[in-house]
Design a protein. Structure first.
Length: 381
């Protein structure tokens, strides 16, 4: 038998399968109507278990696992359709529509902005990239930045969310999910770390180096090459430079930006000491109000799934089916819940795309916990 003949037979079978699948999904609509009439829940775990046992027996030993995986996905799609039919309009869809229609056409040039650190911090540089004339309020820690925005002291907050070398800033990711604030813009900033000390000090004199934990991680190779030097984490890279400038000591240095050398009267002992030349930090701009500016093509969400095999796979299958590209997936443990996780996802799709609206509606109705974190544009160098 020729390959083309075998493929023709497969095509004929596929045609039947698709027709039967569509017929099955049509009947799902009838199931939803009956459940609505009788007040029954969409999810019926006992029915699904019985069905999977029957399917496993019918498929036989060779195809049992594959057949069960296929039908678990079909069940997921069936539940999603029932949810759509049984739920009236989505509050999330309405909020996104309202935001896109009422957000100004241009991102503001001036605003009161909160960020962590002191003058010269990388977050301040990010503020100046995002806004032409920002009025910056400095906060001691990330939580204070969120509080300043939530309490109305500042319209926006600017925070680092991930670095191309050291990975995600997990505290910020958790605070985004907990705070109820929305991401309205993001920015990728090139980060070049320098070793700064007082003028006239040599590298051989240095016994302690101060910097933020993320900067320390980004310069790991350089720091390991310094024998007998203690590395001390502090609140911020600019704070580290200020500590050195005000210390009265000539045996300490800071990992900070070259801007801080001029700002605090320090000299550069070594420049570009980060492990990778292409070291970028991604900053997010958060707001108390949902703002969606024209051109928004990235969406961030958070969701929690049941702790059972295949739960994440079945959700991700929807992304593929709807043609929504995922550019980030990260899991974080849920505090006080053993072995349970939330997932943070960044999606690459214009906010007006109907596929995105469909996906968000399905996730909102099917996930145990779901939070929409915002749709926005990312500024790149």
């Amino acid at each position: 038998m020729e390959l083309k003949d075998i493929r023709m037979e497969i095509d004929a079978i596929d045609k039947e399968l698709v027709e039967l699948f569509c017929r099955r999904m049509d009947i799902v609509s009838q199931v939803a109507a009956v459940k609505a009439e009788k007040g029954l829940p969409v999810y019926d775990p006992a029915r699904e278990r019985d069905k999977l046992c029957s399917i496993a027996d019918t498929a036989g030993e060779e195809y049992r696992t594959a057949a069960c995986a296929l039908y678990e996905l079909i069940f997921e799609l069936s539940r999603a359709k029932q949810d759509r039919l049984l739920k009236s309009g989505s509050d999330l869809k309405a909020r996104i529509k309202h935001a896109t229609e009422n957000t100004p056409a241009l991102f503001p040039e001036r605003a009161q902005v909160a960020c962590m650190g002191v003058e010269g911090a990388y977050a301040q540089l990010a503020c100046e990239r995002l806004f032409r004339l920002p009025s910056v309020m400095y906060c001691r820690n990330f939580k204070s930045v969120f509080s300043a925005v939530r309490d109305g002291l500042c319209r926006y907050g600017v925070l680092p969310i991930e670095n191309s070398t050291a990975g995600s800033v997990k505290e910020v990711a958790d605070l985004v999910a907990e705070s109820g604030l929305y991401i309205v813009r993001s920015l990728r900033l090139k980060v070049d770390h320098c070793l700064l000390a007082k003028k006239g000090v040599n590298l051989s004199n240095i016994r302690e180096i101060y910097s933020h934990g993320q900067a320390i991680a980004q310069c790991d190779r350089f720091l390991h090459g310094l024998a007998g030097v203690k590395v001390i984490p502090c609140d911020n890279t600019a704070v580290a430079a200020k500590i050195v400038a005000e210390s009265g000591r000539d045996d300490i240095a800071a990992l900070s930006s070259v801007n801080c050398a001029d700002l605090y009267g320090l000299s550069v002992l070594e420049d570009d000491v980060q492990d990778r030349a292409n070291n970028y930090t991604r900053f997010i701009c958060v707001s108390r109000e949902l703002e969606i500016y024209p051109g928004a093509d990235r969406t961030s969400i958070m969701l929690a799934l049941p702790n059972k095999p295949g739960a994440l796979y079945r959700v991700l299958a929807r992304f593929s089916a709807l043609g929504v590209n995922m550019v980030k997936l990260e899991s974080r443990p849920i505090p006080e819940r053993d072995f349970e996780f939330v997932f943070y996802l960044d999606l690459d799709k214009p906010v007006a795309a109907p596929e995105l609206a469909e996906l968000l509606r399905e996730l909102e109705s099917s996930c145990r916990e779901f939070r929409y974190l915002g749709s926005y544009t990312e500024m790149v160098p």
